[in-house]
Write a protein that binds this ligand. Sequence first.
Ligand code: C5P
Length: 229
Amino acid sequence: MSQQQAVITIDGPGGAGKGTISLAVAHRLGWNYLDSGALYRVLGLAASRKQISFDNEAGLAAEAAVLAVSFGADDPLLGVRVYLDKDEVTDEIRTEQAGTAASRVAALPAVRTALLQRQRDFDAPPGVVADGRDMGTTVFPDAPLKIFLTASAEERARRRYKQLIKKGDGANIRALQEEIEERDRRDSERSASPLRPADDALELDTTEMSIEEVVEKVMALAQASQFVR
Ligand code: C5P
């Protein structure tokens, strides 16, 4: 494994604000940003398009190995732009349905193995902020700063609801909370790299915090570490 000195991992359940926070911290530091969830989301989409069953672990792993996913500039509402082949899928992969498909393919060990090196390749100078579920436990176990972001399920559903409404999509807050809780359960209970804080992660409950407060807190932790100037 390469020496991982300039890596900040930000893990946690869906809707805890990882994407927004990670992207903001990456911008402030001028570092790369890895949205690992987008890889699983795009794989779920590719599998649906090619009619690969979510039970077909070998087929999904083979698809993961050749997945033509790429990232572009950020969109203020949608985060980083995502492409499958030449097709922009930024919006399509952000639906709750795509989140559920992602969490189903992500539960398969062979799929996770097939995507591992691709994620580690983001660890390039000057550094990377990596957002996901197992960044601190599996993908970058030697990262010098690991954050585990949480927020209550109600608050996470509320944030997701606000995001959807802002985009002009309809949403039902109760259904959203149920989907979020179901996805948390699947992500936490799977045997391959389950959602859990690394032993050396700092847990941050953001239920009562604004985005700006969380970004400032992570920046302060980064600056207090030796590896960020
Ligand atoms: O973070 P995001 O909501 O985009 O992730 C979608 C799904 O992808 C998660 O619910 C999880 O099942 C899976 N995932 C994962 N490991 C990661 C990132 C995402 O299993 N590092």
